[in-house]
Design a protein around this ligand. Structure first.
Ligand SMILES: [Zn+2]
Length: 391
């Protein structure tokens, strides 16, 4: 059953939000790593009430409370330890350098994390990179071999109108911003005081959740879930020319590029808002069936079951199933910064792939199909003999 919400859509302002999915108590942080199992089990929880905007196709958590979210140094969501992700990031960097002639230019990235991607753009074109990220931890800063890179652990705001910007980047940030229209407008105003930059923006693709049932991507940290028409409409309203929107990374991301100086609007791929409304109507029952199916498969599995992937998909999978350490004792991740830490809400310890050799599991649950071949080859070279299943 859908429930109407008496508040305007944060992207298009239409009063057309209807709640279609609820999760009452999920971890507030999927990507904060806890030093003990006790702290992980007691980690703060929040409610998801996911609403759909019938006017523009945005999905939005109307129960989201930004006061509960504060990104700090223990936040760890880098994917750069995966060769598959690294290959994607490298190809994207190559393409952006060619498409936008990023050579000897001033690059600005908002929400740059450790700066891995910005460093690779600086390196490729001898560019000057400036990054801003309040959650930035200077211990892990990336350093390009050519060009230069400077990262500040503060928000980018009106104090920064003098920062030269030829190209603006922001990846996997917009979905965390409670008022995305106002934020985009403010960023545009600040950078347009002295510049006419082009831009690249990347977010998770809500079509992957709705169409491909990527249900483990619904997390508290994300207040907005963007479909192509919702994202195009939002950016256009905020004054960003939408030159092109592409589905990337096996449909899991949306990448938009265009100019802040204006230009012709490109075409928007994928379903219309009406078709998206149809997917939303079917989502609740399909989501429940998928959770029930995996709960059954984990309960019925002979022998040890482990989860491969200690990012938001793995944390959400374990929490939606309610799978504790009695059923799934460990989580594996290739990121060494996660090892020895514990999963929010369900308390599994995160270990390296090599740690499985002491007592190989019968079944490894792969949280993201794009890593299946990479994981299969690692499982093979470690001689684990475990079966693999993508959730
Ligand atoms: Zn809307």
């Amino acid at each position: 059953m859908m429930r109407s919400v008496d508040q305007p859509c944060p992207a298009c302002d239409a009063v057309a939000l209807e709640v279609f999915f609820e999760a009452p108590a999920v971890p507030v942080f999927c990507n904060v790593l806890w030093p003990t199992a006790e702290q992980a089990l007691a980690s703060p929880r929040g409610a998801i009430e996911l609403a759909h905007c019938g006017a523009c196709g945005l999905l939005y958590n109307v129960a989201f409370d930004s006061a509960r979210i504060a990104y700090e140094g223990t936040y760890e969501n880098s994917l750069h330890f995966s060769p598959h992700f690294q290959a994607f990031a490298d190809a994207l960097a190559d393409r952006l350098v060619e498409r936008w002639d990023l050579r000897g230019r001033n690059l600005l990235e908002l929400g740059c994390g450790f700066g891995d991607f910005l460093a690779s753009l600086c390196e490729r074109g001898e560019n000057v990179g400036r990054g801003f990220d309040p959650g930035h931890n200077p211990e892990h800063v990336a350093r390009p071999g050519r060009g230069s890179l400077r990262i500040e652990a503060v928000p980018f705001d009106r104090r920064h109108t003098d920062v030269p910007v030829d190209f603006l980047l922001t990846r996997h940030v917009l979905e965390h911003i409670p008022r995305p229209l106002e934020w985009l407008r403010e960023i545009r105003e600040i950078v347009l005081t002295g510049n006419r930059p082009d831009y690249y923006l990347e977010v998770p693709n809500a079509l992957y959740t709705l169409r491909d049932m990527g249900i483990w991507d619904i997390i508290y940290e994300h207040c907005s879930y963007f479909t192509p028409p919702a994202l195009a409409r939002l950016l256009t309203r905020a004054g960003y020319q939408v030159g092109e929107i592409q589905e990337l990374y096996a449909g899991q991301f949306l990448g938009v590029e265009g100019s802040l100086a204006g230009g012709p609007e490109g075409s928007i791929p994928g379903p219309t808002p009406d078709e998206i409304a149809g997917m939303v109507a079917d989502f609740g029952s399909l989501q429940q069936a998928k959770v029930s199916e995996w709960r059954g498969r984990v309960a019925d599995a002979a022998g040890r079951v482990v989860v491969w992937g200690g990012g938001s998909k793995g944390v959400t999978f374990l929490n939606l199933l309610g799978a504790g350490v009695d059923r799934v004792p460990l989580v594996v991740d290739v990121n060494p910064r996660k090892h020895g830490r514990f999963v929010a809400g369900t308390g599994q310890r995160i270990v390296s792939p090599e740690a499985l050799q002491a007592d190989p599991p019968e079944l490894i649950l792969v949280m993201n199909g794009v890593y299946l071949e990479e994981i299969r080859s690692q499982v093979g070279s470690l001689g684990l003999g475990s079966a693999l299943a993508t959730v």
